[in-house]
Design a protein around this ligand. Structure first.
Ligand code: ATP
Ligand code: MG
Length: 184
């Protein structure tokens, strides 16, 4: 499967200086005191996979992911996340499948918005979303469960519970395609 191997954050939320997270095989745990940035790290993964709802990043607008400054450091003008995936099994979609690693970059610049690259080639948000939607159909699917989502699932009405489970099952990409096909 397409394994996440490295995550690099620059100016993303509290990660103002370039920060690398090396993801090795097996279970990775992230531990630290309240407010140290554990959830920000997970949100960076969500963001690089094409998430476009600011609320999913606990913000009012998408530019809220850019380092907002502290008493001692000025705010930044852009935030960037780079995700490297191990593609040695050549499971990436056609067009992106020539190399052993797949490098996805998303950068948001104030007043400009987001730009995406896959292996240094400019792509659309949708290309990245579809790449992960397709990679999610299978036993090794990336599934992100937010803080509080378990209790949401338990308390949800049947229709929204179904949506959460469909997302977890990795079939939301199929529905998205069907929906787009129906609109055409
Ligand atoms: P907990 O254990 O309470 O869940 P956590 O490790 O998940 O904590 P996060 O929620 O990831 O912590 O990090 C919160 C911190 O990130 C806060 O200190 C907040 O000020 C900081 N933060 C969030 N967005 C930005 C931003 N745009 N610029 C600078 N700092 C930010
Ligand atoms: Mg948290």
């Amino acid at each position: 499967h397409l394994r996440f191997s490295k995550l690099r954050l620059t100016g993303f939320k509290s990660f103002v200086d370039p920060t690398d997270l090396i993801i090795t095989d097996g279970l990775t745990g992230v531990v630290g005191p309240n407010g140290c940035g554990k959830s920000n790290l997970l949100e960076a993964l969500r963001w690089i996979m094409g998430e476009n709802r600011p609320t999913a990043m606990r913000g009012d607008g998408m530019e809220d992911v850019i380092f907002a400054g502290t008493a001692s450091r000025p705010a930044r003008n852009f935030a960037e996340v780079v995700l490297q995936l191990d593609n040695s099994e050549r499971l990436a979609p056609a067009g992106f499948n020539d190399d052993d690693t797949l490098e996805i970059v998303r950068r948001i610049t104030r007043d400009v918005g987001s730009a995406y690259k896959v292996n240094a080639k400019d792509v659309r948000a949708r290309d990245v979303q579809m790449l992960f939607a397709d990679a999610s159909t299978g036993a090794h699917s990336p599934a992100l469960v937010r803080q509080g989502q378990i209790s949401e699932l338990i308390n949800a009405k049947p229709k929204s519970r179904r949506r959460i489970l469909e997302e977890a099952a990795g079939i939301s990409g199929l529905y998205q395609r069907r929906h787009e096909a129906e609109l055409k």
